[in-house]
Design a protein around this ligand. Structure first.
Ligand code: NAI
Length: 468
């Protein structure tokens, strides 16, 4: 029987990054993946293909609506959806192939098949075809991720009522596209098909979209997406979706009133749940919480010695970068090093246009915690580069401690918010203040000057706008 120091079950960003770090630390490492391709949800049916379609559909919108403003006259613009989807698939293939090459380069052994822990220290691998194999491991890391929540009254049928997986590859643009849930998935995929010509309606149970992000910024995003043609019904709870002859009708309640929505395709994006089925955790008595997530201590150890868990299968935000950091910290701790994840500073991003990025506390959370804070804001319409780009939507907003000035949180709403937030994240990681950021030289002309200006606005000393 082959024996390894570390065996990782699941090759998503949590698992494969953990495997690389483990090998770097000199540990004999194996990774087990049930799907034919490595990379998990993120690379195959999540972050990467959705960003590929968001980029393509954004270019399509630019060609149709924005190019003329720059004096670029494009006639007869038409969509070639087949090419768009093929390009997306190519991007995915390049990256999943890249992960396989990284495994080889780092001498990580890859097993294809369903990995299940038969007993502490032993993992059985059952390939789709062929006989099972068993390997031994001193340390086993469960990184099996999450799956979309499938509600019984609107169960996925893979064709009309779909999850994000199918909404990444419709072979034609649905005339009417209904999205249930205004979280990251609903807003991103709703944006893609809206840009490509669908009539998109989003139904959301809460009185707001993008829960978890700063309310003011979320409302601005909603306004912007509405201007782009998306329709929103808030405080609308979908009870069921029925399909007859390929057409769906969703029944929802809003303020005691029953509403019906018809559509060609319905995306149910009401959250994801931890996925630990088949891994054998239940049989071994690995403790789980009430939401089916594996319970771990601060060192990612489960209650069974030698078994660890990271990423979406444990508590915390279901984000690829959170899983990656946990994977690294977990194997560093296994190797006797000081691994650590700073949960206070994990950015979240919704990749619409404008993108919405947030990190740390929101204004509402600061209020709930009765923290004394100062707020600084700056609009991109007052930023030279944004004007030069003809892309002036959005704001930067800082929440700083009222006494120490330490940055507690920030939000960026902008076409480039996903990149702009990184600077703020780095300053927060070092415990920096709004003054630190405001006194840092930022190249001119750049969008990042709006970040500096918003930091200066905390002390009411922004340069390019009046301070109130
Ligand atoms: P989510 O949990 O972010 O949002 C689901 C929304 O559905 C909530 O606002 C909820 O109130 C609403 N909802 C639930 N039941 C409903 C009903 N019956 N009727 C109407 N509304 C209902 O879930 P989402 O968007 O599916 O994402 C799942 C996970 O994946 C999240 O943890 C998210 O952070 C992560 N993710 C992150 C991405 C990113 O960072 N860009 C992209 C995609 C996913």
């Amino acid at each position: 029987m082959d024996k390894f120091d570390v065996v990782i079950i699941g090759s998503g960003p949590g698992g494969y990054v953990a495997a690389i770090r483990s090998a770097q630390l000199g540990l004999k490492t194996a990774i087990i993946e049930k799907d034919p391709e490595l990379g998990g949800t993120c690379l195959n049916v999540g972050c990467i293909p959705s960003k590929a379609l968001l980029a393509s559909s954004d270019h399509f919108t630019f060609a149709k609506k924005e190019a003329a403003k720059h004096g670029i006259v494009l006639d007869k613009i038409r969509l070639d959806l087949g090419t768009m989807l093929t390009r997306k698939d190519k991007v995915v293939k390049t990256l999943t192939g890249g992960v396989r090459a990284l495994m080889k380069g780092n001498k990580v052994t890859v097993f294809t098949g369903l990995g299940s822990i038969s007993e502490p220290g032993k993992v059985r691998i059952q390939p789709n075809d062929g006989s099972p194999n068993e390997i031994a491991a001193d340390h086993i890391v469960i990184a099996t991720g999450s799956v979309p929540v499938n509600l019984p009254n609107m169960a996925f049928d893979g064709n009309t009522i779909v999850s994000s997986t199918e909404a990444l590859c419709f072979d034609q643009v649905p005339a009417k596209f209904l999205v249930i849930g205004a979280g990251a998935i609903g807003l991103e995929l709703g944006s893609v098909w809206n840009r490509l010509g669908s009539e998109v309606t989003v139904l959301e149970f809460l009185p707001r979209i993008a829960v978890g992000f700063d309310l003011e910024m979320s409302n601005l995003l909603q306004r912007s997406l509405t201007a782009q043609g998306m329709k929103f019904h808030l405080e609308t709870k979908v009870g069921s979706v029925k399909v007859t002859n390929g057409r769906a009708v969703a029944t929802a309640t809003k303020g005691g009133e029953e509403l019906k929505f018809e559509a060609d395709k319905v995306l149910v994006s009401v959250g994801r749940r931890a996925f630990a089925e088949g891994v054998g955790a239940d049989k071994l008595g690995v403790a789980m919480d009430e939401r089916g997530r594996i319970k771990v201590d601060e060192n990612f150890r489960t209650n069974i010695p030698g078994i660890y868990a990271i990423g979406d299968v444990i508590a915390g935000p279901m984000l690829a970068h959170k899983a990656e950091e946990e994977g690294i910290a977990c194997v560093e701790l296994i190797a006797g090093k000081a691994g650590h994840v700073n949960y206070e500073v994990i950015p979240g991003i919704i990749y619409t246009n404008p993108e919405l990025a947030g990190v740390g506390l929101t204004e509402e959370q600061a209020k709930e915690e009765s923290r004394k804070v100062r707020i600084g804001k700056f609009p991109f319409r007052a930023n030279g580069r944004a004007l030069a780009n003809e892309d002036v939507e959005g704001w930067v907003k800082f929440i700083a401690d009222g006494e120490t000035d330490r940055i507690l949180g920030a939000s960026v709403l902008n076409h480039a918010a996903s990149e702009l937030i990184a600077e703020i994240v780095a300053v927060m990681e070092f415990g920096g203040s709004s003054e630190d950021l405001g006194r840092t030289v930022h190249a001119h002309p750049t969008l990042s000057e709006a970040v500096k200006e918003a930091a200066l606005a905390v002390e009411k000393r922004a340069i390019h706008i009046g301070n109130r």
